[in-house]
Design a protein around this ligand. Structure first.
Ligand SMILES: C[S@@+](CC[C@H](N)C(=O)[O-])C[C@H]1O[C@@H](n2cnc3c(N)ncnc32)[C@H](O)[C@@H]1O
Length: 386
């Protein structure tokens, strides 16, 4: 074991650091835990997603292992898939959330200029009309969201929603992602991860302008991704699936993933506003390790989370090629009753699924929101099944 600490990382204090196993891989895992530089490439940063992996970390982890394909059973906003595509790999992503699916689909799009032009022109037209719109959303939407928006923001958003849903071509999923990207920003919700209500005045027309701006941004970003993806890279395969039932049409060389940290977010309910605007029902019970489970009792929550960890790890192990690798990025859970260690459960689940450890890196950092520290880990496992 090599333990180093305490040390400074850009703005954050790492108070402890552990690197174990293969030296080359361990050094890469440790480096991936430390990256903090802002990046602005491809479709990264187009749409928020809580606890998104740093794109440079995703790139390093993919580059560390050979192969033609990369899977991610907890794709969230799709960071790992985007980097897999840019590395010329087949990207296979799944997530239980419908909102994640919409974002990841848009972020892995390499749509041609004809589609992007149609998307931009539809957005320009809707943005020009929206400030004059008078129609409020239908009752089933309005009653759940009225308290979250100023009245003129509601009419602007409703006009955009109708226009997006009326478009029938391949630009529609992209327009949906653009619409989705406005829904928290234009609301009184403090942020994607905080449901605190913070009313403020948003001048008339600025929501429509933002919609048009985001459509142009997505167009630019998709074009940049298309340019970066090497010729003959297979199209990505992105869909909705519960990770505990993960299956793939053919074996994968590499899975890089960041499952939910236990008791950290309620990923599905956090998307409250988006699911109402899109009229979607989510299967909240399928979410792994949500914070709300701990409110019902820590002991039951930990054993459910450990059990779910074993289920998805076993399913992923079965999908790997003979020499395939699994890389898991996870942080310990923080609860009022203390922290939840994720390393033991992750390592035991991998061993039970027939994998051996290649390397591991862990960093302990101060958690600015709480008066404590949190360990974050990256594990690399290799398929040991013959
Ligand atoms: C840490 S986030 C992944 C972030 C992602 N790596 C990124 O860069 O955006 C964890 C994800 O797990 C998803 N999730 C939770 N339970 C799940 C389940 N049972 N099956 C699949 N995905 C699940 C959440 O919706 C969330 O997107």
């Amino acid at each position: 074991m090599r333990t180093i600490g305490p040390r400074k990382t850009a703005g954050k204090t790492a108070t402890g650091r552990v690197v174990l196993g293969d030296k080359r891989v361990g050094a890469i895992l440790a480096e991936a835990l430390e990256v903090r530089e802002e990046v602005d490439r491809y479709t990264h940063g187009f749409h928020t997603w809580p606890a998104g992996l740093h794109p440079d970390a995703a790139r390093m982890l993919i580059d560390a292992f050979p192969g033609k394909s990369v899977g991610d059973p907890f794709m969230g906003g799709g960071t790992i898939l985007v980097e897999a595509m840019a590395a010329g790999r087949f990207a296979f992503g799944r997530d239980v959330s419908r909102v994640s699916l919409r974002i990841a689909k848009a972020r892995t799009s390499t749509a041609g200029e004809d589609v992007l032009t149609k998307m931009r022109s539809t957005a320009r037209k809707l943005a020009a009309e929206a400030p004059q719109a008078k129609e409020l959303p239908p009752d089933e939407i309005l009653r759940s969201i009225q308290a979250w928006y100023e009245p003129h923001v509601l009419t602007e958003l409703e006009h955009i929603r109708r226009g997006v849903f009326a478009s029938e071509g391949p630009e529609r999923p992209l327009l949906e992602a653009v619409f989705s990207s406005l829904l928290v920003k234009a609301s009184f919700r403090k942020s994607d991860t905080s449901a605190k209500r913070e009313p403020y005045h948003r001048p008339i027309g600025t929501t429509a302008v933002l919609f048009h701006k985001k459509a142009r941004e997505l167009g630019r970003r998709i074009a940049a991704l298309r340019e970066a993806v090497p010729p003959n890279t297979p199209a990505p395969d992105v869909a909705r699936m519960d990770a505990r039932r993960w299956t793939t049409p053919s074996p994968l060389d590499l899975v890089v993933t960041s499952p939910p940290y236990p008791s950290t977010y309620d990923y599905l309910p956090l998307q409250h506003l988006r699911r109402i605007w899109f009229g979607e029902v989510e299967e909240d019970a399928a979410e792994i390790g949500p914070r709300r489970d701990w409110r019902e009792g820590a002991r039951g929550a930990v054993s459910k989370w450990r059990n779910d960890t074993e289920l998805w790890t076993a399913a992923v192990a079965k999908s790997l090629t003979r020499d395939g690798h699994l890389v898991v990025v996870i942080g310990d859970g923080l609860t009022p009753a203390g922290s939840i260690d994720t390393s033991d459960a992750t390592e035991k689940a991998a061993a039970a699924a027939g994998m051996t450890s290649v390397a591991r890196a862990s960093v302990e950092r101060a958690d600015p929101g709480r008066d404590t520290t949190r360990w974050e880990h990256i594990f690399a496992f290799k398929n040991a099944r013959s």
